[in-house]
Design a protein. Sequence first.
Length: 421
Amino acid sequence: MRWKSSVVAVLAGLSLSAYPSTRLPACDADSGGISLPAGFCAVVVADQVGAPRHLAIAPNGDVFVALENRRGGPGGILALRDTTGDGRADVEAHFGTAGGTGVALAAGALYFATKSTVLRYAMHPGQLTPIGEPQVIARDLPSDGNHTAKNLALSSDGKTLFVNFGSATNSCQVVDRTLQSPGRDPCPELAYRSGIWRFDAAKANQTGASATRYATGIRNAVGLTVAPDGQVWATQHGRDQLGQNWPKFFNDSQNAEKPSEELLQVNAEDDFGWPYCYHDLALGHLVLAPEYGGDGKQVGRCAQKKEPAVSFPGHWAPDGLTFYAGTQFPERYRGGAFVAFHGSWNRAPLPQAGYRVVFVPFKDGKPLGETTYETFADGFWHENGAGPQHRPVGVAVGPDGSLYITDDAAGRIWRVMYRGR
């Protein structure tokens, strides 16, 4: 299915305050190829749009998607609108050219993050395109080595912008990703990346050096959000290559299963332990990394680091995170978190895994358990000879309570709805 573009030039600048109908649209017969719990179904909002990463939904239902310019696709922001009420975008606009992952909406503004820059576009409510050129909010952000995606979250009052600075290396070894190379101690990366930084959302030309480090010891928090109660949450991609780099401690199966992926509850000045520590799902706690003298069992300095709120199987790659504040879904979903897993690349000799969206139930602002979650959306994995056909990345909740999911492998965007049993 391709998205409609014949009316782009005519309608892209129109200001519409709402969809033509408040009724939920019909779902696709196969929910766009994904499987969902009973009572749920999906419609494909847009397809083959490049490499969509994170997305934000405006109060009138317009969809703003960050595009990574990979595989010849465009970068910048893709803006989508459904004017007919059938759930499919029939109007689109595009602005910006550099590829990026992070996007966030505030009153009168849209924020977009490339690998090294955060831009602020002034927006009129109900319009798909910005007012004039963007303001540079942050520049010259670290973008060398691994984990260069800059994803964003806005504080509840819209005054503070949180930005992920992923690590440049796998585990801060003297020689990165090399057999038995020791870790640098202290790890110099922690001074300028491998954590979450806090920026003034309205101030121009800030840099990483002028911003405030909010939390540290996070290898790569591609999922980053502020919950309805104002609490910051993030996901962490666990480190790679325990077995390849330290075969005297870890066999192939352990290499595939360790370490955990993590959901983190983040407060100011928290330290989650990277690179000195990693979380072991089987043991249920942080342990000392082999680069720093660990053997897969020792805890050592990791006893002073903050544990994750929820842990998931190794190498699933959590990329998207949002909280459900809508009312369309059944009561049990309200206040819980949805996490999109991009899927693994290094679980051999075990099958690759992940490629799903999971739901984490919450009560009173806290997860129900450290390993309590359930698969919500599945069926993304379809090997086509060149790799997985679909890889979920971004998740966001629309004003009507629908859940939107992006896929940066085939360029698809789903809208998931609850139609009842």
